[in-house]
Design a binder for this molecule. Structure first.
Ligand SMILES: Cc1cc2nc3c(=O)[nH]c(=O)nc-3n(C[C@H](O)[C@H](O)[C@H](O)COP(=O)(O)O)c2cc1C
Length: 185
């Protein structure tokens, strides 16, 4: 797919099925990720690919973290939480690796990791896959952070749920001009 076509047609899909991105396509997506802009070349990102049975392991981590966040969570709530990573055949956790830097504040490092995440989503779309970027309380949970091997100072910027769209998403018209101002006239 042409780059501009990919940019102007990307749409999230929550209902995902197989096939997941192939090994080769995943590599292309990662190459796109590391082209994200990055102030002072800190490479402030880490990508954890979670596929197949590893999704169940991630689900157990989500469930245990929910038990701590919400000690009164019912078994139904825990089951739902454990099942979340199963909503796509492949999940990528994108983590911003934050370091103290005299020129690059934390927000810029998070933005870089976010740009890398979006590059992954766009590359996936251009390759014919679909997905959705999700966060929620798990991204701000110290127990989930630790289970993924992230430092306390790191920030999970999202879980990218990826696969093939069950239904072709409908693109709604976007009122682009409503967000754009020509300044200084
Ligand atoms: C940082 C970030 C976190 C998000 N977290 C969630 C989430 O937890 N759950 C969700 O349904 N959508 C979440 N979204 C929104 C979806 O990824 C998606 O953008 C939204 O459903 C609109 O669809 P569109 O991307 O096709 O416009 C998040 C988006 C961003 C950028």
């Amino acid at each position: 797919m042409d780059a501009i076509e990919a940019l102007v047609t990307r749409k999230s899909s929550a209902m995902l099925t197989t096939p997941a991105p192939s090994k080769d396509d995943l590599k292309t997506m990662m190459q796109a990720a590391v082209r994200a802009p990055d102030h002072c070349r800190l490479r402030p990102w880490r990508f954890i690919v979670i596929e197949g049975a590893a999704r169940e392991k991630l689900g157990r981590i989500f469930g245990e973290a929910l038990k701590v966040r919400e000690p009164d969570a019912t078994e139904a709530m825990l089951q739902k939480e454990r099942g979340k990573p199963m909503r796509a055949p492949l999940v990528i956790a994108v983590i911003a690796k934050i370091e103290a830097h005299p020129k690059v504040p934390e927000v810029e490092q998070i933005l870089s990791a976010g740009a890398a995440a979006q590059n992954i989503m766009l590359a996936a779309h251009a390759l014919g896959y679909a997905g959705i970027w999700r966060t929620g309380k798990t991204c701000f949970d110290p127990q989930v952070n630790a289970a993924l091997g992230a430092a306390e100072t790191d920030q999970i910027v999202g879980f990218l749920y990826l696969g093939t769209a069950e239904r072709v998403p409908v693109l709604l018209e976007e009122p682009v001009d409503a967000y754009v101002e020509i300044w200084g006239e």
